[in-house]
Design a protein around this ligand. Structure first.
Ligand SMILES: C[S@@+](CC[C@H](N)C(=O)[O-])C[C@H]1O[C@@H](n2cnc3c(N)ncnc32)[C@H](O)[C@@H]1O
Length: 206
């Protein structure tokens, strides 16, 4: 099963984590908020005016970015997530657009100031391809990566029941992926046991 189908079945449960931050932190899922804030802070500090949010889910990035005047294009293939994202996007009709689609078909070139993928590399078998596409769409990329370890091993078991593979990334592997995609890791921010949030910038082409 692709992870779009997995999240299609669990859109309500997953988006529910964004309801009450205190409760979500108590459940050990606080990194969901930390990585959102990291993406928003990076967008603001780099002066981004347009953001591509790949695997946007229910759209938890929409409000924090739109409230700062930043336009967002959400890309999402899971129908029930897409529905939630469209409801959220309707609050900011001038700034948010949601598209039905997969990162695998993404061929944008310098269309956005920043491309974001939060909670997506976890499930992707070809991460170099995803990072390359993000780095072509924008010169600045923010993505989250789960670290290998007990937490990821537990997730592997849980997701295997849904027929979805989960991948963990060591810091050297992230740097290797960056180089393969023609990017440099400008900042690698640990997210506790949850892994890393990373800001990549495109290397000048020689
Ligand atoms: C863990 S959720 C993260 C959602 C959101 N980025 C967040 O931080 O809350 C992963 C999302 O990626 C979406 N997804 C699955 N397959 C995808 C694909 N091929 N291209 C883009 N997104 C995909 C899932 O449907 C799901 O909404």
């Amino acid at each position: 099963m692709g992870f779009d189908r997995y999240f299609d079945k669990r859109s309500g449960r997953f988006s529910g984590f964004y309801g009450k931050e205190g409760m979500t932190r108590a459940l050990g899922r606080g990194a969901l908020f930390d990585r959102l804030r990291y993406a928003v802070d990076t967008a603001v500090s780099t002066g981004a005016k347009s953001v591509l949010d790949v695997g946007c889910g229910s759209g938890p990035l929409f409000e924090p970015l739109a409230s700062k005047g930043i336009a967002v294009t959400g890309l999402e293939p899971a129908p029930s997530m897409l529905q939630l994202a469209r409801v959220e996007a309707a609050r900011f009709p001038d700034l948010i657009d949601v598209q039905d689609g997969s990162w695998a078909d993404l061929d944008a070139r310098d269309t956005y100031d920043m491309a974001v993928a939060l909670g997506v590399f976890d499930y992707v078998e070809t991460p170099a391809d995803l990072l390359t596409r993000l780095g072509a769409a924008a010169t600045s990329v923010v993505a989250s990566f789960p670290a290998p370890g007990l937490r990821t091993e537990f997730r592997k078991v849980r997701y295997r029941m849904g027929d979805v593979a989960v991948f963990g990334y060591e810091r050297p592997r992230i740097l290797e992926l960056a180089a393969a995609a023609g990017l440099r890791a400008n900042d690698v921010r640990p997210l506790g046991r949850a892994g890393y949030a990373v800001h990549f910038v495109r290397l000048p082409s020689s």
